[in-house]
Ligand binder design. Structure first.
Ligand code: NAD
Length: 477
């Protein structure tokens, strides 16, 4: 298999830093039983795909998220006839970094934490992608999310590759002081593997602007590696410390920009839509607030604490304030508690999954009572779930299109840091909208050209840009 061209900066990722372990192989992981080779999204050339999975040591469990993600890409590659060497390069990340680091807890004891940074591809620019702080984060999840970042950045037209990272930690179980020490120590452990021109992390599930500020400050403290504005090493920072106006809401804004662009062809008007939201954190709450601002009515919401509904409408701003105080939607006084099944069965025009991966499996897909699924979360729909949605005529706006607003405004933040500028909110929103509309147009064009579903079309549009880059730059040496 031809190797990818190492960038000059890539050399440093081959070193061992503070005991970091770089896993060269593929840790299959897996989330449950089943057999077969990435069977869920198999295209017509199943034999060829099976051979590639075996050759690259990809996980063969059909429930494995990384296997599902790569299968989706390979299906699009098959439809557009992408050269084999590119399928192979993109099927595996360039670098998988795992670190273990000790942190002193408030009670004086020391605890060892595990962290990850996966750098999937940098053909289009520096690696870019969030950091997840979650007790159940695994290497395969991070690899999948890094892969999706490569696709997303390509589709939305920002000059970045794909990366992702995380710490195996439940932020809700730690004091602010403990989290600060965990985050700063993790930053130190990966400091030589990230950089403003090399790999630029951002927030994801469980992490936010305060964590980004600690990372930027820690990285700046290691001043010999930061360049002339080391805080450009990370985006999603507080506005007071190099962040961009509009970044916090950007992913939700992008979800709604995509809906506004795509709904008319589905004969739906945003101002007449009802919608439900799964996951009411950053992406879910901002999607809810901004869609509500367009006139849509939110009638059901779920998060890790419970499921609520009110047919007359739930005010997204008011619920957001409630969640900020209580930590979840459970007990919200202006809506009634419902069961999980009732939540999925709630009749709405648009359903916005904005929680974790693989939450829309076959049972949920069977229950959903909506016309459109707008994927705010990454990989919320399993291939088996998606097949059912398709059979039922439910349109899916794929995550690499729908939730690309976050990385787009992260790019704007990085440009502002690098050029010592500060953009106003209107400008940020306008530029974001341009990127989202263009990505939607590219997706529509690919769907027309290849007569395929929107997810395949979005992947094709992303792969086309990567293919063009690889064709002109070639493979080193
Ligand atoms: P967040 O931590 O702010 O919110 C996550 C939400 O999911 C919370 O409301 C939580 O209660 C809910 N949740 C967790 N487990 C759940 C469960 N089992 N059932 C129901 N709800 C559950 O995270 P976020 O930043 O909003 O990210 C959400 C999704 O969007 C993730 O897939 C993330 O990768 C993706 N995403 C985030 C960004 C961003 O800018 N933050 C950008 C692109 C994509």
């Amino acid at each position: 298999m031809p190797p990818t061209t190492p960038s000059p900066a890539a050399k440093k990722s081959k070193t061992t830093v503070n005991g970091n372990h770089q896993s060269g192989g593929n840790n299959g992981g897996g989330r449950g039983g089943g057999s077969g080779v990435g069977a869920a999204a198999m295209p017509k050339s199943a034999g060829q795909m099976r051979a590639m999975f075996e050759e690259l040591g990809l996980p063969t469990d059909p429930n494995n998220l990384y296997g599902q993600t790569v299968s989706t890409m390979l299906h699009a590659a098959e439809v557009m006839d992408l050269p084999d060497y590119l399928r192979q390069i993109l099927a595996q990340p360039k670098n998988e970094i795992m670190v273990h680091f000790p942190v002193r807890m408030d009670n004086g004891k020391t605890r060892l934490f595990k962290g990850y940074r996966v750098q999937h591809n940098n053909a289009l620019g520096p690696y870019k992608g969030g950091l997840r702080f979650h007790h159940d984060v695994h290497l395969d999840d991070v690899k999948s999310l890094a892969f999706l970042m490569t696709m997303k950045c390509s589709l939305v037209g920002v000059p970045y590759g794909g990366g992702k990272g995380g710490i195996k930690v439940n932020p809700r179980e730690h004091s602010k002081g403990e989290m600060e020490r965990i985050v700063r120590r993790f930053t130190t452990a990966i400091a030589h593997n990230i950089g403003p021109d090399y790999d630029i992390p951002a927030p994801d599930v469980g992490s936010g602007s305060q964590h980004m500020a600690w990372i930027a400050d820690t990285y700046s403290f290691l001043s010999e590696i930061g360049g002339n504005n080391p805080i450009a090493v990370i985006t999603g920072k507080p506005v007071e410390y190099g962040g961009s106006l509009g970044r916090e809401k950007a992913t939700g804004q992008g979800v709604v920009d995509t809906l506004v662009e795509m709904l008319p062809e589905l004969k739906l008007r945003p101002d007449r839509c009802t919608f439900s939201v799964l996951g009411f954190g950053n992406v879910g709450s901002w999607s809810g607030k901004i869609f509500q601002d367009k006139g849509a009515k939110m009638t059901a919401v779920a998060d890790h604490t419970g499921f609520i509904a009110n047919a007359k409408g739930i005010d997204a701003y008011d619920l957001s304030d409630y969640v900020a105080k209580t930590g979840g939607v459970k007990g919200y006084p202006k809506a009634g508690a419902i069961t999980k099944d009732e939540f999925y069965q709630t009749k709405v025009d648009v359903f916005i999954p904005a929680a974790l991966e693989q939450m829309i499996q076959e049972p949920e897909a069977e229950m959903l009572n909506c016309k459109v699924v707008a994927e705010g979360a990454n990989a919320p729909t399993t291939p088996a779930g998606e097949r059912i949605l398709m059979e039922r005529g439910i349109e899916v706006l794929p995550a690499i299109l729908c939730n690309a607003g976050g990385v787009t405004v992260s790019y704007f933040e990085w440009v502002q840091n690098k050029t010592f500028q500060s953009w106003d909110l209107d400008y940020v929103d306008r530029e974001l909208n341009k990127h989202m509309v263009k990505a939607a147009q590219k997706t529509r064009a690919a769907r027309k050209q290849y007569s395929c579903d929107l997810r395949t079309a979005a992947y094709i549009a992303a792969l086309q840009r990567l293919q063009q880059a690889y064709e002109v730059r070639g493979i080193f040496p």
